[in-house]
Design a binder for this molecule. Structure first.
Ligand code: SF4
Length: 257
């Protein structure tokens, strides 16, 4: 395995410090793993890299942070393979949440198997049943959730803060990778030979449900491959609505190194 550069080790150490502060400050913390490239870095920071990179004595974040993912039932086969490879690498299992069967049967019965293409409202309805409801269940009882969003991913995410009060879900939202560049994400993945979704090698910067994600051209916004038949401003997934405010005192902002 290649050595991480000094700057990347410092970047990773800062993110681990944010994670440790989140555990100390908020106690009951979970990580919503989207299985994208950023998620491979965050999974490694939580499950694999803390003893190697983290210099401080602090909470064992691998034990303290539950990592979960949502299986909407419409994921790519490559994504299921990735879940299996993560399990093999770390010897641990993601907690997987599924849509409620009754809700899904009702929605499909009313709107059709691909009814999410008919209007933004129906698309949000499908996301609501397949993603948002299981996501709410996963966050239930938690005091903070962690996400792998980066400022460079979209105009709306550029406005995010490292710690925000997430009024939509009623808990804090912590984003330890906000300042990572895409190049840094991939340098970390390649140098540590982490598993990643092989669709990234075919032009998919962002991978969600199979019928709603496609490859993008070089230079296009990374999120432009999602719900491409809709206007761009309506394309957030529902899990990151922009109704957030910075947390008071930005309690888990990492100290500068
Ligand atoms: Fe449904 Fe597409 Fe949303 Fe997946 S991304 S939940 S298939 S609308």
């Amino acid at each position: 395995m290649s050595e991480l550069s000094k700057s990347l080790r410092e970047r990773a150490a800062e993110s681990i410090s944010q994670l440790r502060h989140a555990v100390s400050e908020f106690k009951n913390v979970c990580y919503a793993n989207s299985l994208g490239s950023e998620s491979m870095v965050l999974t490694d920071l939580i499950w694999g890299a803390a003893p190697e990179i983290g210099r401080e004595i602090g909470p064992n974040i691998g034990q303290e942070i539950e990592i979960f993912s949502i299986d909407t039932g419409r994921l790519y086969p490559e994504t299921y393979d990735l879940i299996d490879r993560l399990q093999q690498r770390y010897g641990r299992s993601l907690k997987i949440y599924y849509p409620k069967a009754d809700d899904l049967e009702g929605w499909v019965g009313k709107n059709g198997i691909n009814g999410f293409r008919d209007s933004p409202e129906q698309r949000r309805g499908c996301c609501g049943v397949r993603k948002v409801e299981p996501f709410r269940r996963a966050l239930s009882g938690r005091s903070a959730w962690i996400t792998g969003i980066r400022r460079g991913q979209s105009a709306s995410r550029a406005l995010a803060a490292p710690v925000e009060w997430d009024g939509a879900y009623g808990l804090h939202k912590v984003s330890p990778l906000l300042d990572w560049s895409e190049n840094e994400i991939w340098e970390y993945i390649r140098k540590k030979r982490l598993p990643y979704n092989t669709l990234h090698d075919s032009g998919f910067p962002s991978i969600g449900c199979a019928p709603c994600t496609r490859a993008v051209q070089p230079g296009e916004d990374a999120r432009s491959g999602r719900w491409w038949w809709e206007r761009s401003e309506s394309r957030e997934c529902g899990l990151h609505p922009r109704r957030l405010t910075p947390a008071v005192g930005a309690a888990v902002r990492a100290p500068k190194h």
